[in-house]
Design a protein. Sequence first.
Lengths: 310, 310
Amino acid sequence: MAHRRFELITLGTGAALPARGRYPTAQLLTVHEEPYLIDCGEGTQERLRAVGANFSRIGHIFISHLHGDHYLGLMGLISSMHLMGRTRTLLVHGPPPLQEIIEVQLRASRTFLRYQLEFRPLEPVSGRMAWQDERVTVTLLALRHRIPCTGFLFEESQALRPLRKDCLPLIPTHMRARIKEGEDLVQSDGSVTANAVLTHEPPPPRRYAYCSDTAYAPELLSYLKEVDLLYHEATFTRQLARRAKETMHSTAAEAATMARDAGARRLLLGHFSSRYKSTDELLSEAQAIYPDAEVSEEGAVYSINERTIV
Amino acid sequence: MAHRRFELITLGTGAALPARGRYPTAQLLTVHEEPYLIDCGEGTQERLRAVGANFSRIGHIFISHLHGDHYLGLMGLISSMHLMGRTRTLLVHGPPPLQEIIEVQLRASRTFLRYQLEFRPLEPVSGRMAWQDERVTVTLLALRHRIPCTGFLFEESQALRPLRKDCLPLIPTHMRARIKEGEDLVQSDGSVTANAVLTHEPPPPRRYAYCSDTAYAPELLSYLKEVDLLYHEATFTRQLARRAKETMHSTAAEAATMARDAGARRLLLGHFSSRYKSTDELLSEAQAIYPDAEVSEEGAVYSINERTIV
């Protein structure tokens, strides 16, 4: 069975005030060969170029909330896609006021996009499905922040059931697609062979959860259960817990607690306040609770391999 | 007499599509010790940091027009100034729709700026004064572009007249300020000494003209006469004259013609289309008409020294 990509690139790991070589938030999640952009801080188009991403291939942009460090790169990207001759529809999913923000700017510049820009308003309601295609289902997470803010849970679509090699001679070619989808084999004489005999268990769908920006929100744990990769903001260390509470951000300890309690398989920290020159303290605070916590880095790639069920 | 700065930093020299290491347009003009920001493309705050500019000192931002490559960095800069605790008023001068663009975004992010942001709408009327303070007068230039677009002429205020050293004993201390301003000296016995005897000619006020984006606009020449520094866009080479006309941009030859016909003392080309890997061709085309033409570079500093009148 061909390897199918499920891969995250963190394009920016900074918080509201850009500094110390950290860029504002943007991430590129590639599911199979399809790239989905999550948030789009100022300069995202430049970061996409820096990692060699072909952004004309991006079909969807998901914006979590309307603080500038999560969306101010959107107009520039929309405009560059236009100038580069894009014709494919672009879907922008985001908080309702984003539509006016885009429209007022297109109007002021008298830009008539060569492609269709379809806006899909998002309300922060946990569990609501925001998007589904043949590769992925995107479910919303209601984050706790100063303004309406949605996290995103990307779940890979169920893979087809691989046929057992030794059974191949038994299965007529024209039946194979249906057997891969789980049907039993009914022969012309009426005899039935159970699907489980003919196929392997497919790898379980991989899941990625994006939680930024948010205060500690344990009500989300049920959605995050055993998620393959959890990106959770960790703006502050525990020492600034009060500041985290006021600004509705998380400490590294809170991010790690979420990962531990969800049984997440991997935790990636990000959205670091510009006051931290180094992320060492944030990381060690998280690792005390979730030993394998990792710090996201600008332009780094995090691949989630397919897990085999035996 | 102390040296007074009149200095331009070109922060970005690219056109609409960022590429080839060129950033979108932004310039920092320092007159004496006061920095004025001209245009503010995406990423300007990062470019300001890269050249070590303290952007909390910027009191004025002038936006020429509402194509994204000239203003999409404004919201990020406004937001960073806020987060850094700015209290000083910021004046933003720009096309009227910019006010709504700023307000809709402040509203969406529920940002209540800690400082006063004063918006000054600009209409593209050549010769109209947009701003005056003790250092500088800013006059508008109506550029020819697809949407309303204003250039800016920055003229240094007239310097005080330096006192002649040999005359110092003749001038009572309390009279000096007035003599520097050009008054004659009236002694207590009624005798008069002409100001010209007591003072030197001050250096002539320096002038900087910013012309981007624009088609060839010879009607501006009277405003640009013997300007000390002319920045003129040169998006295309002559080979693409038709494209220049359609998009209302200038060729390098047109920029040079403007500089030559205005008798500009120095010409700086910029706003290069991303199709040009190298600017060599643009430069040589301009130099055939205006031999000292220069190509602006990212982050480069162009100082205009005081000229002495003898």
